[in-house]
Design a protein around this ligand. Structure first.
Ligand SMILES: [Zn+2]
Length: 385
């Protein structure tokens, strides 16, 4: 390899890029990519009520097909830094393991695809054999994700950029490198159920209407399974995350009770259909005797699936060649920026092993980083052949 993924990863880990801070991570990538001949664009996106965030798009080549590697340089906070065996922003390697916040989620993954791209270009006279190679890097993934990939994609589309296929380097593997490609994600929908009653003295319940009774009844009705799963997805799930009455007194029946919930849903549902299903179930359970309402904040996390085909086959073959393993195509886990990218081109998620992401002592074995770089290198080679 002409480019060293470990050196790049260590440099990136030393940037304190906790969302929304850029921390020098994008400037570092800009310098590395510009030196290799990429046209690099830096954009800051903002909107009222949110913090402006820096982003980066880099491309080498003018023609199609355009293969895009996507990722985020922002990281979650380190928590108690003293609890770390190695400081979270030092990029230390100990016992052939790289430590640091973002080692797997996902500066490690970015370092691997940058190294793979540089190595491929060096072996091919500085340009892809045909088509273009691009990088789409945001600083706004771990937080609200409103000034990141979603706007970066809009910006790119407006200036006529066309994406053909995308690999998002999020940590996708469960146990070992090469065991899992994420080829889709469940959707995510938040809601709040609000039950209205009539407040009163706890000793005279007949003169009040306790909303907690109604809330319990409706909550039970909403916990009936939503489906049995589909060909590519686990069953959808509604999970209550908070029950709130906020009553500071012991002798007053409250006037209102609320329950918040999140639904992770599969391809049996759209957001609209799911909301209707939940409201129908509540209506039946309420039987006209419970007064309630739902609050549905907007969600930008729809379910999606990248269907098995030539692109998944190409990635699976490259992974098998390097690791000897045939990856599973999975749709489990939380949402990612793939939910935005899927509107522009087919997207797969493949990166490091996710086990220590967001934890104290987040870390990646050096051997995994080397292996992932070889896999990305092989994917690029096969793609442009
Ligand atoms: Zn991530």
């Amino acid at each position: 390899m002409t480019a060293d993924p470990i050196a790049i990863a260590r440099d990136l880990l030393r940037c304190r890029s906790v969302t929304p801070d850029e921390g020098g991570a994008l400037s570092y990538l800009q310098a590395v990519l510009a030196k290799a001949g990429f046209a690099v664009h830096r954009m800051t996106f903002a909107e009222p009520g949110s913090i402006p965030i820096e982003n980066l798009y880099a491309r080498i080549g003018d023609a199609g097909p355009n293969l895009v590697f996507a990722g985020h340089t922002d990281v979650v906070p380190p928590g108690d830094e003293a609890a770390w065996r190695h400081p979270p922003f030092a990029g230390e390697v100990a016992g052939d393991v790289l430590y640091g916040r973002g080692a797997v989620d996902m500066k490690g993954g970015i370092a691997c695809f940058v190294a793979a791209a540089l190595d491929y270009l060096a072996a091919n006279g500085g340009k892809p054999k045909r088509g273009s190679l691009s990088l789409l890097i945001t600083g706004d993934e771990e937080s609200v994700a409103v000034n990141g990939t979603i706007k970066l994609l809009q910006w790119a589309a407006e200036r006529g950029e066309k994406f053909d296929h995308c690999i998002l380097g999020e940590p996708s593997n469960v146990e070992v490198p090469g065991d899992t490609i994420k080829a889709g994600r469940r959707g995510s929908l938040n809601g709040t159920l609000i039950v209205k009653g009539r407040a009163g003295h706890v000793a005279y319940p007949d003169r009040a209407d306790n909303p907690i009774r109604g809330l319990i009844k409706l909550m039970a009705a909403l916990q009936v399974p939503l489906d049995e799963g589909s060909a590519n997805f686990d069953p959808s799930n509604l999970e209550f995350t908070s029950v709130d009455v906020g009553n500071p007194t012991v002798n007053v029946i409250p006037g209102e009770a609320r329950a918040r919930f999140n639904i992770r849903f599969n391809d049996h549902h759209s957001q609209t259909a799911l909301r209707m299903l939940i409201e129908r179930r509540a209506e039946a359970a309420a039987a006209g005797r419970v007064h309630y309402a739902f609050d549905w904040p907007p969600s930008n996390a729809d379910v999606f699936l990248t269907k098995p085909g030539p692109f998944t086959d190409l990635a699976s073959a490259a992974i098998a060649e390097v690791t000897g393993r045939k990856p599973k195509l999975s749709t489990t886990g939380g949402t990612s920026d793939a939910r935005f990218i899927k509107d522009y081109c087919p997207v797969l998620e493949f990166g490091l092993v996710g086990r220590t992401m967001h934890q104290v002592d987040e870390r990646a074995p050096v051997a995994d980083l080397v292996m992932l770089t070889k896999i990305y290198r092989r994917i690029i080679e096969k793609y442009f052949d």
